[in-house]
Design a protein around this ligand. Structure first.
Ligand code: FAD
Ligand code: NAD
Length: 439
């Protein structure tokens, strides 16, 4: 065999597997687009580069009249240059890092040949194990004129901010990018094919977020299923039954589909439209082939830290560890006109079993932490399992929800009692130093 392990896909999942294996194995990673994958090139990280200015502007707006005078404008071209100052170094830096760790890299589209062989541009490579980590790509609607729609990747690299734009979808990508565009000064529309945004989050939290989106003058069009897109001069017309909207740019944000064009059928790797099937060791239907990250069919959310966790797990398994994968609780968060985050037992589940779960919601808007930054809305819900007294779930809506949800995640995973939390001394005044008021 040429290698011990071949990894197809140089995103967070593939990289975590490669680095974990590198000390003990001959590892080859194959990437057909940008080294680093979706997250640092056209996902989480560039989005948050843009959020640096969006959050600063929002913070300034809140403090206007409270010590600040005037709200700064966002210069889109300068913000984009700031984003590119980060993203332009990712593919090269990622590849160099791999090579410096002794990992061999090949550029090109990999296809499976058999259970131990991968081919790239006519060159075959063999290994004892193959790890598929090919991620997902944006799902596009099957309607006439679909070619006129952009994707999140296009939005995150726009040279100029269109004066008017629409996002088709009502989940993470639509709500996060719509808020960036609206805060930067565009007229923004959300086209949602149902009457429920962010289905994975509690309805009450989503309602609060919608209120904040409306404050940003984002227009939400519910129950609209597009049937066609047409070019009208330099604009696009979005058409549905009893609905028409003409904007400069429109972006599909309707989910993402697993990248499975790898000759899987011929090799016998089972998959469906949700992704590649794996067992509880992340092994596919072919003994020597594993799959990790966004490309697998799973109930866990498809997120960067989940892909990395699976990458590290599969590497340890290949190196001889035999335990099945066990996921900790996984926090999810939407970065938008405010932040909505949740972890652990869901609010719906807790409300259905009131004899077991105690649900407490605090309106923290007047608390010192949130008053100091003039957060317009801050709410935290904690869910405690009455049988153990332990925190098992939390929902946070606020500007600081990212920090708080990570703190709750640690408490839940470590099964810390409320006494244990109260025995800590946290730096004060910080969001985390409020922990003892919640639990
Ligand atoms: C706009 C946006 C914002 C996001 N924000 C967040 C966020 O805030 N937090 C978060 O946790 N997650 C976020 N995500 C999701 C996150 O980006 C993904 O969960 C993560 O990148 C998945 O990692 P992965 O390694 O499984 O796949 P990917 O990062 O997609 O990497 C797969 C790699 O495989 C390569 N590949 C595919 N086919 C082949 C082939 N045949 N041969 C060789 N290479 C191939 C691809 O080019 C790609 O580089 C966001 C996603 C998007 C689109
Ligand atoms: N903050 C984060 O962690 C973050 C941010 C962005 C993306 N992501 C990840 O990226 C992935 C994709 O996110 P997403 O928001 O694109 O999709 P999603 O899978 O979360 O939701 C898809 C959305 O598209 C809508 N939709 C589906 N079919 C449609 C149709 N025919 N017409 C109109 N709308 C339709 C759905 O109702 C839903 O609102 C997710 O896996 C998510 O985990 C995560």
């Amino acid at each position: 065999m040429d290698y011990d392990t071949i990894i197809i896909g140089g995103g967070p999942g593939g990289l975590a597997a490669a680095y974990t294996l590198a000390d003990e194995q001959r590892v080859l990673v194959i990437e057909n687009h940008w080294w680093g994958g979706t997250c640092p090139n056209f996902g989480c990280d560039p989005k948050k580069m843009l959020y640096s200015a969006v959050e600063a502007r929002d913070w300034s707006a809140r403090m206007t009249g409270n010590g600040l005078v005037g709200i700064p404008d966002i210069s889109w071209p300068r913000l984009m240059a700031f984003k590119r100052s980060y993203t332009s170094g990712i593919p090269g830096g990622t590849k160099t890092g791999l090579n410096q760790a002794g990992i061999v890299t090949v550029d090109g589209k990999a296809q499976l040949v058999d259970a131990h062989t991968v081919t790239v541009d006519g060159q075959n490579y063999t290994a004892d194990h193959i790890v598929i980590a090919t991620g997902q790509t944006p799902t596009m609607p099957d309607i006439p004129g679909v070619g006129l729609l952009g994707t999140s990747t296009d939005f995150l690299d726009l040279d100029q901010l269109p004066r008017t734009m629409a996002f088709i979808g009502g989940s993470y990508v639509a709500l996060e990018l719509a808020n960036i565009a609206a805060t930067a000064g565009a007229e923004v529309h959300l086209i949602v094919h149902s009457d429920r945004l962010l289905r994975a989050f509690p309805e009450s939290a989503v309602k609060t977020l919608i209120g904040q989106l409306k404050q940003k003058r984002i227009q939400i069009h519910e129950n609209v299923s597009l049937t066609e897109v047409k070019a009208v001069g330099d604009q696009v017309k979005l058409i549905a039954d009893d609905f028409e909207l003409t904007v400069y740019r429109a972006f599909a944000a309707m989910g993402r589909s697993a990248v499975t064009d790898l000759n899987l059928d011929a090799v016998g790797v089972a998959y469906d439209h949700k992704g590649i099937h794996v067992d509880n060791h992340l092994k596919t239907s072919v003994d020597s082939i594993y799959a990790i990250g966004d490309v697998i069919a799973k109930t866990q959310p498809k997120l960067t830290p989940v892909s990395s966790f699976e990458g590290r797990y599969v590497a340890q398994h290949i190196l001889g560890q035999t335990d099945p994968i066990q996921y900790p609780v996984i926090p999810t968060i939407v970065f938008s006109a405010t932040k909505v985050a949740q972890v652990g037992v869901s609010l719906d589940e807790a409300k259905q079993d009131v004899t077991r779960y105690q649900v407490v919601t605090n309106n923290t808007t007047p608390w010192y932490t949130y008053n100091r930054i003039k957060d317009p809305i801050a709410q935290t819900t904690t869910i405690v399992d009455k049988t153990t007294g332990h925190l098992v779930g939390a929902v946070v809506v606020s500007t600081l929800a990212d920090e708080m949800i990570n703190a709750f995640t640690g408490i839940i995973n470590q099964k810390l009692s409320s006494d244990a939390v109260n025995r800590q001394i946290y730096a004060y005044p910080t969001p985390i130093s409020d922990l003892s008021y919640y639990y």
